[in-house]
Design a protein around this ligand. Structure first.
Ligand SMILES: [Zn+2]
Length: 238
């Protein structure tokens, strides 16, 4: 039973995560153009035809590039689930394991995702202004977490964005402090890694994200900050 994970891109210009669950390759979000996605996949020794299923969290273009999704599903017969929170939100994977969506709090319908190999469980939490109370029970016992750390609130408040945009960002994306507070609630001895995700280039920095996460989880947990323009190292849970 294994889960392998690499972020392919992270931030407001495009998001995608490659995960292998018991040998089945899946993508979480496809917010890159097809050529760029293919290039990033190649850096992970993967070709688009190997992607079994694509799960998308919501319909913003930095998570769902229509043309890219169309090519994946028509040229490569990749299955595609645009996840919505409902009673039918549980997706078994062919070699065991599953993907499940849980509620998020964004300005369009959006979900967070749980991924399991049958034994271990990881989560993707992105594009959410808060952690909905009904999601919290699902976030116990995680082996790994990809967690939005969008902005440092002080940098957002004092930045050059128009006030309306500042308000929207604050209401629809998690800050470093919110990520820190969630980690303090859900951390446990089985947590192996946390990836800081969807970091703003204007209102945040890798150093601040890393500090927020590390100050919550301590030294025994691997911390990675996902970047817009590069593929992350591979994290493995087994
Ligand atoms: Zn979004």
């Amino acid at each position: 039973m294994t889960i392998k994970l690499q972020t392919l891109a992270s931030g407001s210009s495009g998001n995608s995560i490659l995960i292998e669950v018991n040998g089945t390759k899946i993508l979480l979000d496809a917010g890159l153009n097809y050529k760029e996605l293919t290039k990033r996949l190649a850096m992970c020794n993967t070709i688009p035809g190997q992607i079994h299923t694509l799960f998308t969290t919501h319909r913003h273009s930095d998570h769902l590039n229509d043309r890219c999704v169309s090519l994946l599903t028509t040229n490569h017969r990749c299955e595609w689930y645009h996840c919505e929170f409902s009673d039918q939100n549980f997706f078994p994977l062919p070699e065991g394991g599953w993907v499940k969506s849980i509620p998020a709090d964004h300005d369009v319908e959006c979900v967070s995702l749980l991924i399991s190999d049958g034994t271990n469980k990881i989560a993707l939490i992105t594009d959410t202004g808060t952690i909905p109370c009904e999601s919290l029970p699902f976030l116990t016992g995680l082996s790994g977490l990809v967690l939005e750390c969008n902005h440092e609130l002080e940098l957002l408040i004092n930045g050059k964005d128009p006030d309306s945009l500042k308000l929207r960002i604050n209401e629809t994306h998690l800050s470093n402090t919110q990520a820190h507070d969630l980690l303090q609630i859900i951390k446990w001895e089985g947590l192996q890694f946390v990836i800081g995700h969807h970091m703003s280039t204007r209102n945040n920095s890798s150093r601040l994200v890393e500090h927020s996460i590390k100050s919550a989880v301590g030294s025994g947990v691997e911390v990675v900050v996902a970047e817009q323009d590069s593929v992350s190292k591979m994290l493995v849970v087994f």
